[in-house]
Design a binder for this molecule. Sequence first.
Ligand code: GN1
Ligand code: MG
Length: 374
Amino acid sequence: MEAGNPQGLRKPAYSLSCKHRAGGTQPQKRPTFASVQDILQQFSISGSAVPLGSGHINDSYRVGEGYLLQRINHNVFPNVGGLMRNIDLVTGHIRSKIATAEGEAATQQTLTIIPTKTGSLFAQSEDGNYWRTYEYLTGLRSHDLLETPEQAYAGARSYGYFLRFLDDLPAEQITDVIPNFHNIISRLKAFELAVGADAVGRARGCKKDIAYVRSLADRMTVIQRAWQAGKLRTRITHNDTKFNNVMFDAEGRGRCVVDLDTVMRGVVHFDFGDAIRTGAATANEDEADLQIVGVDREKVRAITEGYLSITHDFLTPEERQLLPRSGELLAYLMAVRFLTDYLMGDKYYKIAYPNHNLVRGRNQLRLVRELVGL
Ligand code: GN1
Ligand code: MG
């Protein structure tokens, strides 16, 4: 521990995570040293706070050996209470399922919330930011890009367990913290508004991308329309099943699904689709060299087999029928969201350079092209 620093907080540590901050939906100020110290006290924990992770929304720190401290982006998630109640409910339910499970299901884990000294699920710092703490998942790790189909199969099984464990938790108990989050019909409306307004004069430079998005709009709304017509079951879904949200153990087994902020009501296609979009991609979602951006068919097969090996029994025939359209929908949805943000002047996602959202959008459109052709 440093002299004169009773919390052991390393001063320069947290400024690093805030290097590339867009305006708009991002918390206005980066956390000050004093606010982090105050937060550690509210949770009654101590240790150095070291920035972690590659998330686009929240800021994460490892505190000492045992804790994960996160500042919740309350511009993206204004209902922090509802969000933390969702996570409490879902992790409690999953924990009770694991406790009575057998075999591999019993080896799954879930996040453990550390409440504040006063028993609250989150804390607020004087600067108006919201914070929460989890137990640190020691000995587990995530992968931004998967190396082998075996990893894809194992990770997809963890996402399968997530859906299975929550199959009997009534969806009405969950708050939709970002309404219409994966509703492609409303995302396309927002996209068209952004194209029309062209607030920062960027539409001219992406005419081809805009035309491609429009050409696929009918095809890509099939799942949403089926859901709205009551043909697909409303489930509790994770809605951010990027493959780096599965934690693996040293033997390469999927053990824990993390990042539960977007747990909401949805359809299975959202989770399966995001797993395909990210787990079968041959490059990161912001790779600019489109020559190396593609879809690995073997991993698509492995993710499908892994996911269905856990979920097949309880999915309905209608859900199963539209499952192969999930990957293209999620890649398309992300392309639409990234391009909308680009056209609006980078208000939502953290960016590292001016065209970052355009690069992400084009990268995802390349995946769409491949997935549509599969
Ligand atoms: C955001 O920051 P992260 O990785 O948790 C986004 C997801 C996107 C993802 C794209 C609340 O997630 O929907 O899929 O970026 N989360 C929110 O990388 O918008
Ligand atoms: Mg997330």
